[in-house]
Design a protein around this ligand. Structure first.
Ligand code: ATP
Length: 262
């Protein structure tokens, strides 16, 4: 069992009739989706379909104009991203530029739940202290790096990682937050096929340990390999939902990807 799995892994994350506009242009129309606990839910669709917008609404970085977001029975629509993170929803972000100057291990240490704070920060900028530290967070970080084969790079600058390794580090940063629900934003972008297989295997392992995932992704191999359920968005609406086989057999989905008017 992965370290740090928090209680209450059994709550669904749901979006209900979400409406969202930017500058008067509606990008989400009555979108509803349910991320079942212990499952991997994919969100796919052509460019501009509204996937990232929906993801931002789920994560709490964008407030919808209408509709609600629930975690289990609790209405979390008005909670900030940080409040949601504390409540058990973590999302991956492209590593911010300032994190490039930190080592791989330091990137994980600053990603822990409830920001580790200044004292911990001082400890972890001292390499000798890293070796001595018996803190649970260090053990957790090192275990994650071992599982993602980044351990040998623990003390290298994050800037030196390949694109795929950065994706793994982003996932590890989300895992450091000890959230049962993880929102993955294009985890396969820039990842080579060998590393992709490792990424897929790792995410499947994490699901086996009780984690819940929602994934926005263009790479259909990754979606096919991982997802229990897939939502297809087009023009800001849910076009269809089902297993990967079901949605890809749907003529409307094929048309949407070919850009044919629906
Ligand atoms: N901050 C913003 N301001 C104005 N319009 C936006 C903003 N973010 C997204 N949009 C618009 O909302 C629509 C949906 O964009 P979104 O990024 O959610 O789609 P997507 O499905 O994630 O696309 P892609 O696959 O290309 O990343 C697009 O028409 C986009 O131009």
């Amino acid at each position: 069992m992965i370290h740090g799995q928090t209680g209450e892994p059994g709550r669904a994350l749901s979006a209900n009739n979400i409406a969202l506009s930017y500058d008067g242009f509606q990008v989400l129309h009555q979108v509803s989706l349910r991320v079942e606990p212990g499952q991997i839910t994919g969100i796919v669709g052509p460019n501009g379909a509204g996937k990232s917008s929906l993801f931002n609404v789920l994560a709490g970085s964008v407030a919808p104009d209408g509709g609600t977001v629930h975690l289990g029975d609790r209405d979390i629509t008005r909670l900030s991203m940080h409040q949601r993170a504390r409540g058990g929803i973590a999302r991956t972000f492209q590593l911010a530029r300032e994190l490039d100057s930190l080592t791989v291990l330091e990137n994980l240490m600053v990603a822990g739940p409830d920001n580790p704070g200044e004292s911990l920060w001082r400890v972890f900028t001292d390499r000798r202290a890293i070796r001595r530290a018996e803190d649970e967070a260090v053990d957790h970080a090192l275990a994650l790096l071992e599982r993602t084969r980044l351990l040998r790079l623990a003390n290298e600058s994050a800037a030196s990682l390949s694109g795929g390794q950065k994706k793994l580090l982003e996932l590890c940063r989300a895992l450091m937050m000890e959230a049962p629900i993880i929102l993955l934003d294009e985890p396969a972008a820039g990842v080579n096929p060998a590393l992709m297989d490792e990424l897929v295997a790792f995410i499947i392992e994490l699901r086996g340990e009780g984690r819940t995932f929602a994934i926005v992704e263009h790479n259909m191999d990754l979606i096919a390999a991982l997802c229990d359920k897939v939502y297809v968005l087009a023009d800001g609406r849910v076009l269809t939902e089902g297993t990967f086989a079901e949605v890809t057999a749907d003529r409307r989905v094929q048309d949407a990807y070919l850009g044919v008017t629906l």
